[in-house]
Design a protein around this ligand. Structure first.
Ligand code: PLP
Length: 399
C-alpha cells in the first residue's frame, strides 16, 4: 500500500489555489465580493431563495436558533445520531434538547418517534425540530412539515452531510436538500471532510425574507445600515448633524440586536466557490463508489447496510453495521485504512447525561452505535484503493 486511506478527505486543485491567490491580491480579505458570489452560487445550487455564508456550520446552527427565537426552557426535538453541534445550538440559547430515536433502516430521526413525543405532551410544549440528513440521506421534509404545521413547530434542516442530496415528494418531484420549501432554514458546513471544503465555513439557506434579514444582521454584531430599522432619533446619535429621516450620514449605523462576528472571509469563500463548481462531479463519484460498495457487500452475512429507497443519497458517509466492528477497525488501521465511527450518540455524551439522559433511553440509536463503522468515502478514492478496502474487510470476516 502506498498511501493511507482515511474515511474522508478533501480535494484541492490548482484551480482552487488560483481562486484563493486571486483574493489575496485583491482589496478584500474578510467578507467582500467573493462571499456575495459564493452565496449567490450556493442559493442557485440548492434552489433556495437566500443564502447566508458564515464562519462554520456550528455558527450557522447558532444563528438559526437565534433567528427562530429559541428562548430559555423551550423544548426542541432532534436526533441522537448526529454531530453534537446539531443539538448544542439549542443549548446555546438555553433551550432544552429532547432526543427522539432513529429509524433502524435509514439512521434518520424516526417520524413515528417524533409523533409519539409530540402526542405525549400538551400542544405548545415543543417549539421546533432539528432534522439531520445523516450520512447524506435526505430526511422526508414533506412528512415532517405536515407534522410541524399541526403542532406549530419550526424546522431547522441540518444538511451538512447532504449538499446535492434530495428526496422525492408525494408528487414524485425531486426536493433538493436545503431548497427552503419545507424547512424554515437549512445549514451546511464546509469543513474539509464535507463535500465542499473551504477550510472552515458554513452556509444557511432559507426562503423566508424576514429570517434572511435577521441572519444577515446577527452574523455581523446585530449591526444594520438599513435606515428603516433605525431607532435613534436624537441629533446626538447622528453625530450632531440634523437628521432628516431616511437621510442619515453615510457612516451611520445602529446595533439593533445582540449579534456575533460569524462572518466568512473572502479567502474561504473563494475556495468554497471554486469547490462548488466541481460539487456535482464529486457527488457522482461518491454515488459511483457507493454502488460499488453496495454490490461488493450484497449478500455478505457479516454486514448490514442502510436500506430502503436510497435514490438521491449524497453519500457523505458510507456506513456498515457489523459484529465485532472494533476488531475490524483495528485490523483496518494496521493496513493504514482509517475507518471511523459516526456517531457516539449525543444523548450519552457527559454533557447531556448530566441533564438526565442515560443508556437505554434510545435503544435503536444505541444498538446502531454498537455496530456502525464508516468506511472510506471521498471522490479521490481510487477504484483500486476501494477494492483493497473491500478485500481487507472480507478477509477479516472470512478468517
Ligand atoms: C460538520 C457538522 C456540523 C458542524 O459543522 P462545522 O463547520 O464543523 O461547525 C454540524 N452538523 C453536522 C451533521 C455535521 O456533520
Amino acid at each position: 500500500m502506498v498511501r493511507a486511506i482515511p474515511y474522508g478527505r478533501q480535494d484541492i486543485t490548482d484551480q482552487d489555489i488560483a481562486a484563493v491567490n486571486e483574493v489575496l491580491k485583491s482589496d478584500y480579505l474578510t467578507q467582500g465580493p467573493a462571499v456575495d458570489n459564493f452565496e449567490a452560487a450556493f442559493a442557485e445550487y440548492t434552489g433556495a431563495r437566500y443564502a447566508v455564508a458564515v464562519s462554520n456550520g456550528t455558527a450557522a446552527l447558532h444563528l438559526c436558533a437565534m433567528a427562530l427565537k429559541v428562548v430559555p426552557g423551550q423544548k426542541v426535538i432532534t436526533t441522537p445520531i448526529t454531530f453534537s453541534a446539531s443539538a448544542n445550538a439549542i443549548e446555546y440559547c438555553q433551550g432544552e434538547v429532547v432526543f427522539a430515536d432513529i429509524d433502524p433502516q435509514t439512521y434518520l430521526i424516526d417520524l413515528q418517534a417524533v409523533k409519539a413525543l409530540l402526542a405525549s405532551e400538551p400542544k405548545g410544549t415543543y417549539h421546533g425540530l432539528v432534522l439531520v440528513d445523516m450520512t447524506g440521506r435526505a430526511v422526508n421534509l414533506e412528512a415532517f412539515r405536515q407534522l410541524a404545521n399541526e403542532y406549530g413547530l419550526w424546522i431547522i434542516e441540518d444538511a451538512c452531510h447532504a449538499p446535492g442530496g434530495f428526496f422525492e415528494n408525494s408528487q414524485g418531484e425531486k426536493e433538493l436538500c436545503g431548497n427552503g420549501r419545507y424547512a424554515d432554514v437549512a445549514i451546511f458546513s464546509f469543513h474539509p471532510v464535507k463535500h465542499i471544503a473551504s477550510g472552515e465555513g458554513g452556509m444557511i439557506t432559507t426562503n423566508d425574507e424576514e429570517i434572511y434579514e435577521k441572519l444577515i444582521r446577527l452574523r455581523t454584531h446585530g449591526i444594520t445600515r438599513d435606515s428603516s430599522l433605525f431607532r435613534n432619533t436624537s441629533e446626538f446619535a447622528s453625530g450632531g448633524q440634523e437628521v432628516v429621516r431616511g437621510n442619515w450620514p453615510d457612516w451611520y449605523m445602529e446595533m439593533v440586536d445582540l449579534g456575533y462576528n460569524y462572518r466568512l472571509s473572502d479567502i474561504h469563500a473563494a475556495l468554497g466557490l471554486s469547490q462548488l463548481q466541481r460539487a456535482d462531479d464529486g457527488l457522482s463519484r461518491r454515488r459511483y463508489l457507493a454502488t460499488r460498495y453496495n454490490e461488493a457487500f450484497a449478500g455478505k452475512s457479516y454486514v448490514k447496510r442502510q436500506s430502503g429507497k436510497i435514490e438521491g443519497h449524497a453519500y457523505h458517509l458510507y456506513i456498515l453495521e457489523l459484529e465485532d466492528r472494533i476488531g475490524l477497525y483495528n485490523h483496518l488501521r494496521s493496513l493504514k485504512i482509517y475507518a471511523q465511527i459516526h456517531y457516539i450518540p449525543v444523548h450519552l455524551m457527559p454533557y447531556y447525561r448530566q441533564k438526565g439522559w442515560s443508556e437505554g433511553d434510545l435503544p435503536i440509536a444505541e444498538d446502531y452505535y454498537r455496530h456502525c463503522l464508516s468506511i472510506p468515502m471521498y471522490p479521490t478514492l481510487k477504484d483500486e484503493e476501494q477494492d483493497f478496502v473491500i478485500r481487507s474487510i472480507d478477509e477479516y470476516y472470512s478468517d
